[in-house]
Design a protein around this ligand. Structure first.
Ligand code: GH3
Ligand code: MG
Length: 538
């Protein structure tokens, strides 16, 4: 007997009921009703040999038996039935899901950036590379691409030569200095597969070259090789190449040492996180190369002006850490104030322009045994946040109790007309925690309700997951409106697009979407992807 038809009916019925419950507005559902629903799924799924569905419904049933609730509010019911919602989504889309049998993206997956204005090529490369379990971000616009490159610091860059506005060689020149310091392997791809072009690519700093049409098998093997070498490089180096101070990896090792010393000697020491103020503006006004110069000069200035037992590390981007051994918080504050004052007097010149730069610092002084490295670090980070909030170019030394940290806020929105997807994404997002950031998650069923919301207008960083095709207002139109809005800079936008829709992807990228994921998506993968994006933009 062909069970498929009955399986489909069961899934459809389950989906209908879930959709009804997910759309609950204030009404409640009796536990008895939930029980009956799960019970009937369990029975039928067993008969139809749907093992996973049977297992999930049994688990939910036994959980329900242990609950003392009589009535369910929509929001609680959503959370409770999440495993079922996820399963329904995956079942419905299983025949279309990519990567189902391939390697699944995990949180330490390497990040590859592809810059190409040929969208079919972009889609193809992204698909092939993601099938290997790597994470891929794509750009068609060179300006946005360069920005994203500096923000995301990919593990491998794949760059087309023929692009609008700027060609691949120009991009290469812009990022070259940075690239060499970080050893980010760069592969150029081009229609022009002649000797001159290849030589020019290598001369400009490319590590590899592929002529189009690309032999995918060879391409994947080479990318893999580049990624392996990049990993070895990252693991073996302790000095940050750009600024010539210790790097984050070394910081982690040495903090452990400082903590062990403290346990022995009981001498307080201070950890400071220092961060250049409005550094983005330096990049935007004078270019990334000048930005790099400021970072170098900054690090060297600090190095020259701290004691020989103090150590500076580059923590990432324009964030540094200074550890002051045997230093109370008053002493650390005094020293940092001197450093802030001294550095603000340095003049940078760029062409005719002359400018100065300031930085802010947050300090935590370790003087109690119970404080862990993470807590001390969080303390310093909260202090830094406070220093920024109070006007920058200053130092703050909060000694907070571990639970009372001031948190940064990140607004997150999901705009999708499909309630199953909306609920699923909201649940995924709610399960994510990011150090020291409060995630403010809201879902919207259409563009206008999102655009008109306070949430959308707030002047905080915003991560927006946007469905491409929606009835009331098309996702692309929403994207365009956000990009024209006054908070456009605060947004990172992930578009959900139809698998086959090359036009839609093309338009989304051109309108400034930061990334896209094709529907139907693999839920687990999307979760990893979102976590990574959130960690990168925090
Ligand atoms: P705030 O005062 O709040 O710290 O503002 P900000 O602009 O300094 O901070 P934000 O975090 O918004 O921007 C930091 C920028 O630093 C974003 C990123 O493009 C840039 N950046 C990160 N690493 C590098 C790098 O190695 N070189 C250059 N040139 N820019 C970098
Ligand atoms: Mg900054």
């Amino acid at each position: 007997m062909d069970l498929q038809k009955y399986k489909n009916i069961l899934f459809q019925n389950t989906k209908n009921k879930l959709t009804e419950w997910l759309s609950l507005n204030g009404e409640t559902i009796l536990t008895e009703e939930v029980y009956r629903f799960l019970h009937s799924i369990k029975g039928t799924s067993g008969t139809l040999q749907l093992d996973e569905l049977m297992q999930i419904s049994s688990e939910l049933l036994s959980k329900l038996e242990n609950e003392e609730i009589e009535k369910w509010r929509g929001i609680d019911l959503n959370a409770f039935l999440h495993p079922l919602v996820k399963l329904i989504y995956n079942y419905e889309n299983s025949s279309n899901l990519v990567n189902l049998n391939g390697t699944v993206l995990n949180s330490s997956a390497p990040l590859i950036q592809i810059i190409d204005d040929d969208v079919s090529m972009l889609i193809l490369l992204k698909d092939v590379l993601e099938e290997k379990g790597w994470m891929v971000i794509t750009n068609t616009n060179p300006e946005i691409a360069v920005k994203q490159y500096f923000e995301m610091k990919p593990d491998c860059l794949i760059l087309d030569i023929h692009l609008p506005q700027k060609d691949g060689f120009q991009i290469l020149q812009e990022i070259q200095q940075h690239n060499e310091k970080y050893f980010i392997p760069t592969i150029m791809i081009s229609i022009n597969n002649n000797k001159e072009t290849r030589i020019k690519a290598y001369q400009n700093g490319a590590d590899d070259f592929f002529g189009k049409p690309i032999d995918m098998e060879e391409f994947v093997v080479k990318v893999n090789r580049h990624l392996q070498r990049k990993k070895i490089f990252d693991q073996s180096v302790l000095i940050d190449e750009l600024t010539q101070v210790y790097n984050r990896k070394f910081l982690v090792d040495s903090l452990q040492r400082f903590f062990l010393d403290f346990k022995r000697t009981k001498q307080p020491f201070s950890i400071s996180i220092v961060d250049i103020d409005f550094f983005k503006k330096v990049n935007d006004t004078y270019g990334h190369l000048m930005g790099d110069q400021v970072l170098r000069d900054f690090a060297q200035y600090i190095k020259r002006n701290i004691r020989s037992l103090d150590i500076i590390y580059r923590y990432g981007g324009e964030e540094f850490v200074i550890v002051f051994p045997n230093t109370t918080s008053e002493d650390a504050k005094r020293r940092l104030n001197e450093l802030i004052k001294g550095f603000s007097q340095i003049k940078f010149t760029h062409n005719e322009a002359c400018f100065s730069v300031t930085f802010s610092a947050g300090t935590y002084t370790v003087k109690d045994d119970f404080v862990t490295i993470t807590e001390a670090f969080k303390g310093a980070d909260s202090s830094l946040y406070e220093a920024k909030r109070l006007g920058r170019a200053r130092v703050e030394c909060l000694q907070l109790t571990p639970n009372a940290y001031q948190k940064n806020i990140l607004n997150i929105s999901v705009v999708d007309d499909d309630i199953i997807i909306r609920t699923l994404l909201a649940q995924i997002l709610e399960s994510i925690t990011i150090d020291n950031i409060e995630l403010n998650i809201k879902v919207f069923e259409n563009g206008p309700s999102f655009l008109n919301s306070e949430h959308a207008k707030e002047d905080v960083s915003h991560f927006l997951i946007l469905d491409g095709i929606m009835p009331v207002m098309d996702g692309l139109e929403v994207l365009q409106k956000v990009k024209q809005g006054k908070n456009a800079q605060k947004y990172k936008i992930l578009m959900l697009t139809g698998r086959k829709s090359k036009d839609e992807i093309e338009r989304a990228l051109r309108l400034g979407a930061d990334d896209y994921v094709t529907k139907p998506f693999n839920v687990t993968e999307l979760q990893v992807r979102i976590e990574r994006i959130l960690n990168m933009i925090k």
